[in-house]
Design a protein around this ligand. Sequence first.
Ligand SMILES: Nc1ncnc2c1ncn2[C@@H]1O[C@H](COP(=O)(O)OP(=O)(O)O)[C@@H](O)[C@H]1O
Ligand SMILES: [Mg+2]
Length: 282
Amino acid sequence: MDIPERLAWLRASSEGRSWLEGLPARINRCVGRWNLSLGGPFPTAYTSLTIPGRRLDGTEVVLKIPFPGRESEHEALALSHWDGDGAVKLLEDDRSLGAFLIERCVPGTPLSNTGQDVALDVLSSLLPRLWKPATDPPFRSLADEASWWASHLRENWERAGRPFDKRLVDAALDVLGSLPGSQGEPVLLHQDLHGDNVLAAQREPWLAIDPKPLVGEREFGLAPVVRSFELGVGRNEVRHRLDRLASELGLDRERARLWCVAQTVAWYSPWHIEIATWLLDM
Ligand SMILES: Nc1ncnc2c1ncn2[C@@H]1O[C@H](COP(=O)(O)OP(=O)(O)O)[C@@H](O)[C@H]1O
Ligand SMILES: [Mg+2]
């Protein structure tokens, strides 16, 4: 099986190389364990090998083998917590294989293809369903994650050659120091609910995939949607997402804005950082 080009970044580390090298054997073990016939991998995966397939009884499934990491650690657990309510069902999970099977979304078109306001209609009803009561442990808490981000944010920024304005580092550290201690009710949060992580399906019109779960207040849950350039690029689009969701879901707009700045800086990527700059002055 050809490994998608988007996973090439993993070749830069020894952990990544050894994970890539182990994939063929691991895929074979999954095929044997769950009696799968597999197609070619989805080319869009970036932190996992994700492959459509079929079980012996004809059920359409997706085999997901995430590159192990802090964010993906509890992915299968989050799916099992949702139990198919607004998200794909977890069908099998084998931690020793580092792989799990999920329900396949057919046709699987990403929500980002629908246009921003239709997508926001969907997300406005999906988010409250995903915000189920949950505890840490077993999940990681937003407060712990925030203090972990704060512990290395400045150092990472220096090491990366100061790739963005220092104002953002200071603002993010401010948020990470001040918001965790005054949160509202803790719920299960999907940290990566961007416009390509909600897919058209049949059991429900739209299902969430690819959770990077945390437990914390609802306002944080707007961050991935507000940041999602997949839903529309530009300052006005970002403001519109923040305003619409905060008002429809009855959330504190200011906390949602600040969480989004902090998570966007902590998850630094060149494609998102401009959004954090816009958010500073909104
Ligand atoms: N349950 C599913 N049904 C249909 N397609 C899926 C499913 N899960 C993943 N995919 C496809 O695989 C791609 C990568 O999966 P994803 O879980 O988002 O991995 P990553 O963590 O690497 O982003 C998605 O963008 C989508 O195209
Ligand atoms: Mg994804």
